[in-house]
Design a protein around this ligand. Structure first.
Ligand code: ATP
Ligand code: MG
Length: 371
């Protein structure tokens, strides 16, 4: 029995989460997964109505869940930072979701803007450290508002925090080398040794304290994984290579700030915000992990039925993996792959189609049932 806390949130969040939950309900019933759902009212509406961002009682309720499914948080009427810091970052930090997992995979049938690249070339995972670095909110101002003002934002990197993130990345690379953790990896690719590589992405030549720690920890952890290859890329060079030769990456491990940036680039490689999924993981399952599409509340298309639910649906694939149902997770991904590859299947406008959110959701449900 597993309880999923569901935060539909703002904008397109409730629209895409409805489709994801419908799939989880179907799968749960068909496979006897014993899932039950606890709807949680958080986000801009609650904040604008009551001034509450994350009440203690709601935090308690979420802490009792096995996993959290989040739509999107954000509203132009709420000042920037209030919900990001008070809600999203608090859940990530308080529940020690120290891994932000972002598969970047191009499914057949989806177009990438990178000329000459296809599904064979774009299949990597970014492991972003999710609890430290510039995101901890350390720093301050001196002489604020004066011409002499200095603003300091401190990047905090602990040995333990860096090392647990690195170990997750190496373990993941090992699993990817062994199995089809993510579809799209052909036997030929595996034989050609395109798997089992962890790339550290940092800026050791400039961030000479923080990334010196990352670099040393990386070498030490790598020594424990002799079967995994390693390399290192400065973050700027990585951005270039992700566009020019994404096929050279398997698992990228990086800091919170750099991971934030390169995963948006990754989302574009794989066909856009409509198809990019993520998990905020507490791998030990001491606390609930949280799964969400990478996109935000997309106020420009909210309420129009144009939101692509695939990103949210792929996020439940990650959720099922995390809860120990890899077969159900694989079924979700293969159903998504079949819908995307079928020129006659419904697609939302971001993928060049004219279908609605719920039509795409229904197509995926039918593909799972038809398996
Ligand atoms: P936030 O601050 O909440 O991250 P944002 O301004 O970064 O929001 P997103 O909500 O991520 O914006 O949306 C960026 C663009 O991608 C918008 O133009 C939006 O319409 C589009 N987009 C986002 N999500 C989807 C989706 N599920 N389907 C189709 N298009 C989407
Ligand atoms: Mg955004």
């Amino acid at each position: 029995m597993a309880t999923i806390g569901v935060i539909p949130g703002d904008g397109v969040g409730p629209e895409v989460i409805r489709e994801a939950v419908a799939i989880l309900e179907d799968l749960g019933a068909a496979r006897g997964l014993g899932l039950d759902f606890a709807p949680v009212d958080l986000g801009s509406d609650r904040y604008l109505r009551t001034g509450e961002v994350l009440p203690e009682s709601v935090q308690q309720e979420l802490s009792r869940c096995d996993a959290i499914l989040l739509g999107a948080i954000g509203d132009p009427r709420v000042p920037p930072g209030v919900l990001e810091k008070g809600l999203l970052l608090r859940l990530r930090f308080d529940f020690q979701q120290y891994i932000n997992l972002r598969p970047v995979q191009l499914f057949p049938g989806v177009e990438t803007p990178i000329k000459g690249k296809g599904p064979e070339q774009i299949d990597l995972v970014v492991v972003r450290e999710n609890n430290e670095d510039l995101y901890v909110g350390a720093g301050g101002f001196t002489r604020k508002g004066t011409p002499e003002e200095v603003a300091i934002q401190t990047s905090i990197n602990t040995r333990a925090g860096v090392e647990r993130c690195l170990r997750y990345a190496f373990d993941l690379a090992g699993r990817r080398a062994q199995a089809r953790v993510f579809p799209g990896l052909s036997d030929a690719d595996r034989a050609a040794g395109k798997r089992g590589l962890v790339s550290l992405v940092a800026k050791t030549n400039v961030l000479t304290f923080a990334h010196d720690l990352w670099d040393r920890a990386f070498r030490e952890v790598a020594a424990d994984y002799p079967a995994i290859k390693t390399d290192y890329h400065h973050v700027d060079a990585c951005c270039m290579r992700l566009v020019v030769s994404p096929e050279r990456y398997d698992v990228i491990v990086t800091t919170n700030m750099f991971g934030d940036i390169i995963t948006d680039l990754g989302a574009v490689l794989q066909g856009g915000m409509g198809v990019a999924a993520s998990g905020n993981l507490n791998p030990e399952r001491t606390y609930p992990s949280m799964f969400e599409p990478v996109h935000g509340s997309a106020p420009d298309i909210a309420g129009t039925g144009k939101a692509n639910p695939i990103a949210a649906i792929l996020s439940i694939g990650l959720l099922l993996d995390h809860l120990g149902s890899p077969d159900a997770a694989a079924d979700v991904r293969s159903a998504v792959a079949r819908v995307l590859a079928d020129p006659g299947a419904p697609k939302t406008p971001d993928l060049g189609g004219t279908a609605t959110t719920s039509e795409v959701g229904r197509a995926v449900r039918e593909a799972i049932a038809a398996k």
